[in-house]
Design a protein around this ligand. Sequence first.
Ligand code: UTP
Length: 293
Amino acid sequence: MKITKAIIPAAGLGTRVLPASKSVPKEMLNIVDKPAIQYIVEEAVAAGITDILVITNRGKGVIEDHFDHSFELEASLKDNPSKKKIYDDVLKASNLANMYYIRQKETKGLAHAISCARSFIGNEPFAILYGDDVIVSPEGKPVIGQLIDTYYKYGVGCVGVKEVPRKDVPKYCSLDVTPIDNNVMAVHNIIEKPTPEEIVSCYSILGRVVMPPEIFDLIEQTPPDKKSGEVYFTDSMLMLARQGKLNAVDFDGIRYDMGNKLGIMKANCEVALNHDEIGEDFKAYLKELVKTF
Ligand code: UTP
């Protein structure tokens, strides 16, 4: 079955980037000239996704506004030939995909957020793109497209992974994997936020997933974490792995974590360096700047 639906969970509190995320959702934080979530929607659309459900909560209404028409703005730009490019860019955001929104009424973790999408997804496989992970693939295929292809090939759930520096693994998760083919591996175990002794590999799940609809039943069976009360999505995916139905794809792409301050700065810096309009000037500026260090 063709995968045409995606979910973008964007209902987290974004505490690591406060106070920037106090009244602006972290998913709307800027990377050069577009909010982070637009890069994510564009990635999904480039992979053939047509319908996107964004999981939001109170205070995230600006996400809806961004992907809607802004008639006043459009009217003021439309007939001005010198603003043609700006007009096209503004219009693009509102024409990318069929956008839907639902609120996660309590912040009870990623698995709970995903469960809010059950009736939207129905009985088909679907993509999940975490709302604070921007992944660019300058030369190649969109990363969620790489996962979708792998899902078509093997017919089981699929997570996007990268090897992260060993010192950082305790912030993420550690996957027990065995190779299947090229960049595809079978997942046997997922250790969430491992201690250094518990690390079984440096492969961690980074922001992109393709799931069969059965995952919703597994989420229902997932107990909340005893300490935080949140339902962790890795616990639900672990059940899938234990059934031998989860693969990992070591994807080709560069991932920026918009949920932390350094990630935001790296994203802005690297995207600016490759930007058509400001790339060359920014490079010259950076070269001058580093001389002063
Ligand atoms: P994170 O755990 O990185 O987001 O979730 P957070 O809770 O906003 O982070 P901090 O720790 O407070 O800074 C990954 C993705 O899942 C979404 C987030 O919006 C983010 O895109 N999420 C998380 C939800 O939609 N609902 C939740 O209950 C938790």
